[in-house]
Write a protein that binds this ligand. Structure first.
Ligand code: NAD
Length: 326
């Protein structure tokens, strides 16, 4: 299949591109390099530098690459905290870019669409593990924008026959030998913890130790980015038999303290840490039930152990101490 990957120069998108190429698909990447890096792109990839907010640029990406059959849409504003300060960026930005893409995709005959959605759809969930029947109560304008895009896709399916996969990731983590997580600014816990071991930060601050969890710190479900990418390919290949919505995680939660302890073990560095106040809106526990994708598509994560996941991230950060810069 010929697949347009938006945000294909970013963290998760670049790994999806690698997996798509490995599975024999043809890839066109559309990215404005607001985050991510052109250095992630292999020579086999056709790259269009453009902004999804610009409908002409999206049109151009399709027109100059005829025969695109599917879209994987990773490009997005992605920060929960930023969305609580600048809701317009998320509510307008993520919706406009997503709708531009759906509209042009349909016009050019692409009939399959995979959306990067999020666990933030569930806000403070009523139960864990969280399956797809959990009520949607987004925890931020970021989550709200993803819900709107899921709903828009349901309308595009009804009206235009666009088959879609809505994949709600929990915490994407880990790296391949070539591709890893580098954001400016960095807000994700694993790169932040590892930056202490690299000597780039003095200590790591844990947000709150008074949650109703065994050690008082928040519990999250980490999913290796390669397992995530493979879930995209399985979903893409299954869309002919219907649209799909899946929660994606390992089904096992680790507390922030357990994560820091694992990073100490993996790196051999003491990683000094301190306790800070809670971050507003952080749920105590977020763990996915991925039973649906396991049973419907036979998806099975290969990297479920936290030490392996953190170890892969550490290998990448050690070999890329400045990310993709030099
Ligand atoms: N990282 C996680 O744990 C996580 C969890 C849940 C959902 N997600 C979702 O997964 C997707 C990918 O996340 P990521 O961590 O790889 O992000 P990322 O920032 O590394 O990658 C996003 C890419 O999209 C590009 N981009 C952003 N806006 C664009 C625009 N208007 N036009 C063209 N390109 C644009 C950026 O330059 C970047 O290369 C996002 O949609 C995010 O909301 C991520």
């Amino acid at each position: 299949m010929k697949v347009l990957v938006t945000g294909g120069a970013g963290y998760i998108g670049s790994v999806a591109v690698e997996e798509l190429l490995g599975a024999g698909h043809e890839v066109v990447v559309l990215d404005n390099l607001y985050q991510g890096s052109a250095k992630t792109l292999l020579p086999d990839v056709s790259f269009v530098q453009g902004d999804l907010a610009d409908a002409t640029a999206v049109e151009q990406a399709f027109a100059s690459n005829p025969g695109i059959e599917a879209v994987m849409h990773f490009a997005s504003y992605t920060l929960v905290g930023e969305s609580m300060k600048k809701p317009e960026l998320y509510l307008r930005g993520n919706l406009v870019t997503g709708i531009n893409l759906m509209e042009v995709a349909v016009r050019h005959g692409a009939r399959r669409f995979i959306l990067s959605s999020t666990a933030n759809l569930f806000g403070i969930p009523g139960k864990n593990p969280i399956d797809e029947s959990e009520p949607i109560e987004p925890g931020s304008p970021y989550g709200e924008s993803k819900q709107w895009l899921e709903r828009a896709l349901a309308w595009y399916e009804r009206i235009h026959g666009l088959r879609y996969g809505a994949l709600r990731y929990f915490n994407a983590a880990g790296a391949t030998a070539r591709l890893g997580e580098h954001h400016e600014p960095e807000t994700h816990i694993i790169p932040l913890v590892l930056s202490v071991a690299l000597g780039k930060r003095e200590k790591f601050t844990i947000y709150g130790d008074d949650y109703p969890t065994p050690d008082g710190t928040c519990i999250r479900d980490y999913i290796h980015v390669v397992d995530l990418a493979r879930a995209h390919i399985l979903t893409l290949e299954a869309l002919d038999s219907g649209s799909r919505t899946y929660n994606l995680g390992n089904g096992r939660g680790y507390s922030n303290l357990e994560l820091v302890e694992t990073a100490r073990k993996v790196t051999g560095h003491p990683i000094p840490s301190e306790m800070g106040p809670r971050r507003p809106g952080d749920p105590a526990v977020l763990v996915a039930s991925s039973d649906r994708i396991r049973s419907e598509l036979g998806w099975k994560p290969q990297f479920s152990d936290l030490e392996t996941i953190v170890g892969s991230a550490w290998d990448w950060h050690r070999s890329h101490p400045n990310g993709y810069e030099g």
